[in-house]
Design a protein around this ligand. Structure first.
Ligand code: NDP
Length: 311
């Protein structure tokens, strides 16, 4: 990493709410941030529909529109936004060495990692087809659209259990489809799910196909993995909650990660195990996973980067 090295005071990787908020604050602090947008410019919100829980949008806004506004706000203060993916980082010495797929090699005085997490999907063609038209990876984001209706949720972990109980408050009925006869979720969450009258457990069952037409999802075809029997469950929405994976491959072996591979930060800060490297948003949070909390930690990361550079 030597040819045409470009020096950057604050390099931000990732363009979800955490990355763009970090950019807004870093740009206003005159750090002249450069942001690499990554594989999915705008992040996970670009695959949701309406966002009704981000403060400041009383009438709601679509995920893609909101992320466009975040981007414009970051640009307004001089952030350089690059369409591209960071392919290599070397955090062994500061300034950190970073390579991107636009051919650039950068030397970054501070690094803000906001690479997010990716929802795991079942991998069916029909799931892709109805994404945003009845298939969702986020009950808190999209549950509201299914008020009074019947929906299904796939998964048996804490996320699925939490989302099922959230949906049960809004929806007439929630079918919780799990591939085993026992939930992975914590005992407390299991207790909650199993004692919610309008959640029906569908045990030992795997979804085979999401059913629907031009107006969206109208059912899910499932198969009992023990008996092999198939049946169709009529639902207007299918929530997939089979886990997320943090986008931390680039940092394996360089930064301290927790046992789920999320970046470890010092409590109450965005500081990682390496001075000058900060992590914000879902890449370091598997608990809240909200746009507003991601934006909050993005702000913290930029303030901490500025203090680090000026101390
Ligand atoms: P988990 O990995 O814990 O659970 C994923 C669930 O999805 C499992 O039940 C798994 O089944 C199922 N699953 C995985 N792949 C498939 C597939 N291809 N088809 C069908 N089902 C599948 O993920 P979570 O997101 O639920 O939780 C991640 C971590 O975050 C956990 O440590 C959890 O405890 C934590 N968390 C904590 C919360 C809290 O404390 N309030 C809230 C949310 C998450 P199987 O059980 O058979 O493997």
């Amino acid at each position: 990493m030597s040819e045409n090295m470009e020096t950057v005071r604050c390099l931000i990787i990732g363009s979800g709410p955490a990355g763009y908020t970090a950019a807004i604050y870093a740009a206003r602090a005159d750090l002249k941030p450069v942001i690499y947008q990554g594989m999915q410019p705008g992040g996970q919100l670009t695959i949701t529909t309406e966002v009704d829980n981000f403060p400041g949008y009383p009438k709601g806004i679509t995920g893609p529109e909101m992320m466009e506004e975040f981007k414009q706000q970051a640009e307004r203060f001089g952030t350089e936004i690059r369409f591209g993916v960071v392919t290599e980082v070397d955090l062994s010495n500061r300034p950190f060495k970073v390579k991107a797929d636009d051919g650039k090699t950068l030397s970054a005085e501070t690094l803000i990692i906001a690479t997010g997490a990716s929802a795991k999907w079942l991998g069916m063609e029909s799931e892709r087809k109805f994404m945003g038209m009845g298939v969702s990876g986020c009950a808190t984001c999209d549950g509201f659209f299914y008020r009074g209706q019947e929906v299904a949720i796939v998964g048996g972990g804490d996320t699925a259990a939490e989302e099922a109980t959230y949906l049960a408050k809004l929806c007439k009925k929630v079918f919780m489809i799990h591939r085993r006869d026992e939930l992975r979720a914590s005992k407390a969450m299991q207790h909650k799910v199993l004692n919610t009258p309008n959640i029906e457990m569908i045990w030992d069952t795997a979804p085979e196909e999401i059913l629907g037409d031009q107006s969206g999802v109208n059912g899910v075809r499932v198969r009992n993995v023990k008996t092999g029997a198939s049946r169709d469950i009529p639902v207007m929405g299918v929530f997939v909650a089979i886990g997320h994976k943090p986008n931390t491959e680039l940092f394996l072996g360089q930064l301290e990660l927790d046992d789920l591979n999320y970046i470890k930060t010092k409590p109450g800060t965005t500081q990682t195990s390496i001075e000058g490297v900060f992590a914000a948003g879902d890449v370091q949070d598997h608990h809240y996973r909200q746009a507003v909390t991601a934006a909050g930690t993005g702000c913290m990361a930029a303030i901490e980067a500025e203090r680090f550079l000026t101390s």
